[in-house]
Design a protein around this ligand. Sequence first.
Ligand SMILES: CC(C)(COP(=O)(O)OP(=O)(O)OC[C@H]1O[C@@H](n2cnc3c(N)ncnc32)[C@H](O)[C@@H]1OP(=O)(O)O)[C@@H](O)C(=O)NCCC(=O)NCCS
Length: 218
Amino acid sequence: MPNTRVRHTRPEDIPALIKLQARVYPAIPPWGRRKLAEQLDVFPQGQLVAENEDGLIGCASSLIVLWDDWADSHTWKEITGAGTFENHTPTGRTLYGAEVFVAPEARGTGAGHLLYEGRRTLCRAMNLKRIIACGRLPGYHVHAATLTPQSYAQKVVWGDLKDSVLNFQLHEGFDFCGVLEDYLPEDKESCGHASIIVWLNPDYDPDQPTIIPKEIPL
Ligand SMILES: CC(C)(COP(=O)(O)OP(=O)(O)OC[C@H]1O[C@@H](n2cnc3c(N)ncnc32)[C@H](O)[C@@H]1OP(=O)(O)O)[C@@H](O)C(=O)NCCC(=O)NCCS
């Protein structure tokens, strides 16, 4: 959408973000003011919002992790420190996508793409190896009686089923790596499960450290 832009989150965005998140996930308690402030204190470079002339229409929140510590198994609550980002590890090599959402009325116009593009810019600017996220599978509940979450996700990857989140992520160039069960138990649409997805940074230089510049132009 021509009028949509992505920028870093500012403390004054917090009240609007809380309202937006409550609209996006009516059945899941939104992040409180304190958690959002903590995320900004811990890793301001990793917090993005999308806005247009009507105000905030989306956000993408990330932290850096040592993926080996979490790869075998984790829940959303564990890896994000219950939303505080206390596990943010500035020497890590993996940008972990903790949350991304777009206002219902603004979806399908490219805001999600701009937020993902913003994350790829962060990944490149910090010389990180990859972006990993665990994506909701909001269409799974419709098939939960007949398919395992793994079979459901595979059918989406194979093009036999559609999922509004996993399809978007695949079109954004992410690879599907499997399913994490009981990732976010409060998420009834996904029956708590999530897909693990990865994007590898083609510019990553393993001989250089992770760099976290104070300002990252988007
Ligand atoms: C997943 C989500 C963030 C995507 O955001 P979005 O703003 O709708 O994303 P985009 O508009 O960039 O892309 C969505 C689709 O619209 C299409 N699209 C984008 N711009 C378009 C345009 N101008 N005209 C037509 N289609 C367009 C994209 O190709 C994409 O299609 P695909 O899903 O088949 O790949 C959004 O659906 C959302 O907030 N979902 C609820 C929250 C959620 O579950 N988040 C995931 C947490 S893991």
